[in-house]
Write a protein that binds this ligand. Structure first.
Ligand code: AMP
Length: 215
């Protein structure tokens, strides 16, 4: 089953995608992770996207569609989880075409609905384990006092994203409402949309997503 997790920055898409990878053997395709990797390894493309990402704007459709095209080519899995892609109508159209050309179908789009005040709070307090991606929050789930990740045990490898500050978050939110939120109507019209309450606890959201996938 191939699905999209759709929602604004901080909705919990990455956290839920990782859970699906662990429990259902699915493959997470996060364009944000791919772009950060390109940036960190200093590739030409990484240099091009670095400033755009730091500001919180969207990188070009051409670049992200190219990244997804490469990952999809020939790969067979229990299912893909598209996390942070598509973010524009052009990307959504391209994804439909790419899936068809691979003989795959896109089965479901899960919108993780949250309110903006909660997003700002979540994102400005967020850090992640550099090794496994486990997400921490200064208030609700602080980094353990012994400095060891509760998920993978790696010591003192916690990172804050450069774009997790109030300034770029505003731009990222604006990009979501202007460019990405039309996808809610797009997939609703295709009868593929399911909505879950992204403000519920992580366990509850996992339950709602599981029920949607199995229902
Ligand atoms: P994310 O980790 O999904 O929050 O993405 C981080 C940043 O990467 C975004 O703010 C954009 O600058 C860029 N990005 C990630 N995915 C896309 C996409 N599908 N289209 C355009 N830009 C993207």
């Amino acid at each position: 089953m191939n699905i999209i997790l759709l929602g604004p920055p901080g909705a919990g898409k990455g956290t839920q995608a990782r859970h699906l990878v662990e429990t259902r053997n699915m493959v997470q395709l996060s364009t944000g992770d791919m772009l950060r990797e390109a940036k960190d390894s200093g590739t030409e493309m990484g240099k091009i996207v670095a400033d755009v990402m730091a500001r919180g704007e969207l990188v070009t459709d051409e670049i992200v569609i190219g990244l997804i095209r490469e990952k999809l080519a020939g790969e067979k899995t229990e299912g893909f989880i598209f996390d942070g892609f598509p973010r524009t109508l052009e990307q959504a159209d391209a994804l439909g075409e790419l899936m068809a050309s691979e003989g795959e179908t896109l089965d479901m789009v899960i919108e993780m609905r949250v309110d903006d005040a909660a997003l700002v709070e979540r994102i400005t307090a967020r850090s992640t384990c550099g090794s496994c991606g486990e997400v921490y929050n200064d208030k609700t789930k602080p980094i353990p006092a012994d400095g060891k990740c509760t998920n993978c045990g790696k010591e003192n490898d916690f990172k804050r994203r450069a774009d997790d500050n109030e300034e770029s978050l505003k731009t990222r939110l604006m990009a979501y409402y202007k460019q990405t939120s039309p996808l809610i109507g797009y997939y609703y019209a295709k009868d593929m949309l399911k909505v879950v309450d992204g403000l519920a606890s992580i366990d509850k959201v996992q339950g709602s997503i599981g029920a949607a996938l199995d229902g």
